[in-house]
Design a protein around this ligand. Structure first.
Ligand code: IPE
Ligand code: IPE
Ligand code: MG
Length: 247
């Protein structure tokens, strides 16, 4: 598909290697149409498809999507089960298309809180897309940034206790190695939809020097052109990492 924005992105050349997205606004999208919230979540699947296709077109290497947070477990039971069912549906329905596109799916988060049927669907999408080279897709499910860091603290403490690691050797590298995102570079760009200016407990460690792009568009309305717009915005940024000159 030809896109004037995509041409400009390519001309500039500096495509963010890792893009993370807080997919927000499904409930408000539905409410504005007098629909129940779960239909907003369902419509959000289209935006996921669009974003993955756009990421492949733009040459992004890693796409990380925040699908369900630790705090989202506290939503009404019906909404939680609708979201989890949707996840299972997504895993079953999209598997083939993701394999065709060369997308390798990883699921990061505290998955032991998810029921067996959903976990099996998730495990199979991970297994069947293994080896895809066009894009690595991280689906963040039952994920919270604080929980991730607490988990890291425990893993490191246990290593010290077993005598495998000295406390004074705990550095950035050692901590990063215990995160769900170990071996992955930090996101270059974070997109949040629905106009909320907050992080909502997402990737607290990894976002330290990530560029932020906030759009008022509700997630179900987000398409690849919005993704390209975010990348163009990123390409105008001056990333200094605390130094005087940009790198
Ligand atoms: C994002 O949409 C989906 C999840 C958080 C799982 P919301 O459900 O948060 O929609 P709003 O923010 O209420 O509009
Ligand atoms: C963040 O959105 C979580 C996900 C997108 C999965 P929320 O809608 O849960 O965040 P808050 O409540 O607006 O901070
Ligand atoms: Mg929300």
């Amino acid at each position: 598909m030809s896109s004037e924005r995509l041409d400009r992105i390519r001309l500039h050349g500096d495509v963010p290697g890792h893009v993370a997205v807080i997919m927000d606004g499904n409930g408000r999208w539905a409410a504005e149409r007098g629909l129940p919230r779960h239909l907003g979540h369902r419509e959000g699947m289209k935006a996921v498809r669009e974003t993955i296709a756009g990421a492949v077109e733009a040459g992004i290497q890693i796409l990380t999507l925040f699908a369900f947070s630790t705090e989202n477990w506290q939503r009404p039971r019906q909404e939680v089960s609708a979201l989890i069912r949707l996840l299972e549906l997504y895993a079953r329905r999209e598997r083939e298309e993701l394999v065709r596109q060369g997308v390798e799916v990883h699921v990061l988060g505290e998955l032991d809180r998810v029921d067996d049927v959903t976990r099996r669907a998730v495990d199979s999408i991970v297994a069947e897309t293994r080896g895809g080279t066009a894009l690595r897709l991280n689906l963040m499910i039952s994920y919270g940034g604080r929980e991730e860091l607490i988990r890291s603290a425990r893993i490191l403490a246990e290593r010290v206790q077993r005598g495998e690691l000295r406390a004074e050797d705990i550095d950035e590298e050692a901590l990063e190695d215990t995160l769900f995102t170990r071996q992955l570079p930090a996101p270059d760009l974070l997109i949040r939809t629905s106009g909320e200016y907050r992080i909502s407990n997402f990737m607290l460690w990894q976002l330290a020097y990530t560029e932020l792009h906030i759009t008022p568009v509700y997630w179900p309305d987000f398409d690849r052109e919005h993704l390209f717009e975010a990348i163009l915005d990123y390409q105008r940024r001056d990333r200094r990492f605390g130094r005087v000159e940009s790198r």
